[in-house]
Design a protein around this ligand. Sequence first.
Ligand SMILES: Nc1nc2c(ncn2[C@@H]2O[C@H](COP(=O)(O)OP(=O)(O)O)[C@@H](O)[C@H]2O)c(=O)[nH]1
Ligand SMILES: [Mg+2]
Length: 445
Amino acid sequence: MEIYSTDDIIYALATPWGTGALSVIRVSGQGCIDMLSSVFKSRKKLTSVSSGTAVYGSLVNGKDIIDNCIATVWKDGHGYTGEDAVELSCHGGLQTVEAVLEFLPTLGMRQASRGEFSLRAFLHGKMDLTRAEAVRELIDSRSESARATALGRLEGNLEKQIRAVRDDILNVMGTVEVQLDYAEDETEPDIEFPVQTVRTAVESLNAIRATYRTGKLYGQGARIVLAGAVNAGKSSLFNRMLREERSIVSSREGTTRDFIEAQCVIDGIPVRLYDTAGLRDSSDDIEEEGIRRSRLLFEQADVILWLADPQNPVRDSAIENDPRCICVATKSDVSDKDIEGFLSFSSVTGKGYDELCRAISAKLREGLPPVPEGTLVIQSARQKECLDRACQALEETLEHVEEGLSLDIVSIDIREALDALGELTGEVTTDDILENIFSNFCVGK
Ligand SMILES: Nc1nc2c(ncn2[C@@H]2O[C@H](COP(=O)(O)OP(=O)(O)O)[C@@H](O)[C@H]2O)c(=O)[nH]1
Ligand SMILES: [Mg+2]
């Protein structure tokens, strides 16, 4: 596949596409410093400065100055990608950025594909797969906690822990292999199998595995669906959660005909929130379609907020008994009635809102194992799958040793565990894995 070649010089906008004080355009690949040096007018030539130097100058197209900018030069593989690289800090206007991005390909470089900078960094041994994934997770993070845990993985914490376990298991493998060699001439006495090392490895891997559902919750977020009869107060609650007038609030029945989706953060958890059409039989085709879609949303919801107005409560025992459901009695400012088992809330005064958020957060975290502070957290299904395989193989190792099976069989188990751990950090990899990770996030425009 073309994207695995590192021969081309590539460029991409590294900052968001928009107006800011500065925009950074990153250029990478062998020969890129020479190439840019010929069109960058400055007191010191880009080719003559040492790596890590920032040079002020003008990017020129013949006699025309495209922009005055600062070029930071990375030589001898010191760039992010492990190749020669230049970072151009230009003025931030879209006009300027567009002019630079149009000019660069005329020099013979090409726009990077999605994720290509990180792919090159990985291919040049600048980062392992867990870090490459962390780059994507960082870019995609929708809450502070997701950002913080992705940063931890980017710093290489996961890689370090996995490598430590892998080194221990490699030692175990070494012990087994020595025994297998000696077994042939049967002159050496049996060495005791290092059961405790394997047990400790399983414990370490299990501790990381156990964080997956929490990491996924804080990283990828949850879906919350607002449901209840027309006029129950769904859109009013929706707007409060978003702190804006996003959904039309009206006392006319059937105002919210389809569902409306928005994002917010509740207790550090990124949430996709859906305001749905009221559930009632309708003769209106369009509204009926809206109601049908609401039912679909229900199936995918992590939490359903079932709202009822105590003055005119519409109940639905199927939904209320759903384990994902939190029941809310609305309009508490105008009614002194409670509904048993319902939280009480008013969108006019905001009373009950904090309790509701706490209930939502508790429901989303229900059944998750505790994650002690400072624990490394994972959120990638790929990483979790590698850990599952490694743990299973190591548990089988222990069982087979206990059953007294031959070391040939035990060494197959250990090899399987080593492969799974190697896959996790990218020491063992396939095109499929790479494509999955690197085509998914965007470094360029
Ligand atoms: N007094 C009061 N009125 C509310 C409250 N929540 C909603 N309403 C009113 O109830 C009507 C229906 O609200 P809406 O949020 O559109 O309900 P939906 O059909 O479930 O989306 C509107 O007139 C709202 O102003 C509340 O907490 N207190
Ligand atoms: Mg509504």
